[in-house]
Ligand binder design. Structure first.
Ligand SMILES: NC(=O)C1=CN([C@@H]2O[C@H](COP(=O)(O)OP(=O)(O)OC[C@H]3O[C@@H](n4cnc5c(N)ncnc54)[C@H](O)[C@@H]3O)[C@@H](O)[C@H]2O)C=CC1
Ligand SMILES: N[C@@H](CC=O)C(=O)O
Length: 334
């Protein structure tokens, strides 16, 4: 039986959860795809551990990490067919994910991204290199994790012409908005709850200022519509602009605010925005509460679709990473 080796760069909440899921499902994956999936190496910011025969959960403990086995030393040393990139999302530079991704492609690995920075800043270079090397870039976890966005449009709606998309893509901002409106929580308490759930990004301003939603929108535009967007130039609302009087007004009018990514091809120029939009009880997005997400797509030929679910959390995100790996197996690319 052949072996599929998997490496992880960025071994925090998501990286660890992915390793746990893959190891727990080793037997069922072997049965389904006739492949043995191994974790052949992981690294954090200061060190890592590699073992071509596969690492157990105990061996993945940070106490076993070799200092300095990170960055390019890690990629040079690790033997793998897939790199899962789960380091920080830096949308200014795309690092460290971009260097990890390019080096892994050079070593003939497929890429599965949970982090967003490299995709936001350098999608074109990454996909060109991947195409040249006949490798895949999978990015479900970077585009709303458990809620299918890319798969939904790319696979389920292949054959349709997309007219409009509206989507709630960030669990943290949705949780803060619903807690403020429905439970009267203040902004800090609601954010703390998202942090406790492990869904807020390490820098919470990434979520509350709309950068997380904007990042996912930029990646979707690049992947689904071949449209490169500069995230810094995108029109974007922020939760920090909301004041108490606005909240009271919305409560009195029975409206729910949602931070949405919007793509519209029905306007004279295609528009891509991140905006705070108000919904009343007749709208589907009105009832999308807490860390839950949703996507609404209008097409020319197939009509409208609405999908909700995919609560943000590390387990759901790790399952989305495993889905991407399983798709590589189903498509016989491994
Ligand atoms: N937590 C969630 O629910 C989701 C997170 N993501 C994304 O996944 C990524 C990981 O998220 P978490 O695991 O929650 O964050 P985390 O902060 O728990 O983990 C990130 C890890 O990367 C490590 N790291 C930093 N610099 C590094 C370097 N140069 N080389 C190797 N490792 C380095 C850190 O030490 C840390 O352990 C982030 O980019 C986040 O935006 C995506 C979807 C959902
Ligand atoms: N911070 C994000 C999780 C990662 O994409 C969220 O709150 O949904």
């Amino acid at each position: 039986m052949s072996v599929v080796r998997i490496a992880v760069s960025g071994f925090g909440a998501i990286g660890l959860q992915v390793a746990k899921l893959l190891l727990a499902r080793q037997d069922s994956l072997k049965h389904r795809y006739e492949k043995t999936l191994l974790i052949s190496g992981v690294c954090g910011s200061k060190g890592g551990v590699v073992e071509p025969e596969g690492l157990s959960l105990e061996q993945l403990d940070k106490k076993n990490f070799v200092a300095g086995l990170t960055g390019m030393s890690f990629i040079q040393k690790v033997e793998a067919d897939i790199l899962i990139e789960a380091g920080p999302s830096n949308i200014q530079t795309g690092q460290p994910g971009f260097d990890y991704g390019m080096a892994a492609l050079d070593k003939n690995m497929h890429l599965v991204f949970a982090s967003k920075g490299a995709l936001v800043c350098h999608y074109a270079s990454l996909i060109q290199t991947a195409n040249n090397n006949q490798k895949q870039i999978k990015l479900s976890a970077a585009t709303a994790s458990a809620m299918p966005t890319i798969d939904f449009v790319e696979r389920c709606l292949a054959g349709a012409t997309i007219k409009k998309i509206e989507a709630i893509l960030t669990g943290t901002s949705n949780l803060i908005l619903t807690d403020m409106l429905q439970s009267g929580s203040d902004y800090k308490t609601a954010l703390h709850k998202a942090q406790q759930l492990g869904i807020a990004d390490p820098d919470p301003s990434f979520d509350v200022e709309g950068w997380d939603t904007a990042s996912k929108l930029v990646i979707m535009a690049a992947r689904l519509f071949n449209t490169p967007l500069d995230i810094q130039l995108l029109a974007k609302d922020s939760l920090t602009d909301i004041n108490k009087e606005q909240v009271m007004g919305w409560q009195q009018q029975g409206l729910q605010p949602r931070l949405i990514a919007s793509i519209d091809f029905t306007t004279p120029q295609p528009s891509y925005l991140v905006k705070l939009k108000l919904y009343d009880k007749h709208d589907a997005f009105y009832a999308v509460n807490g860390a839950t997400k949703a996507i609404w797509v209008d097409t020319e030929e197939m009509g409208c679709f609405y999908l909700t679910g995919g609560t943000s959390n590390p387990l759901a995100t790790a399952a989305a990473v495993v889905k991407d790996i399983e798709q590589l197996l189903m498509d016989k690319l491994l």
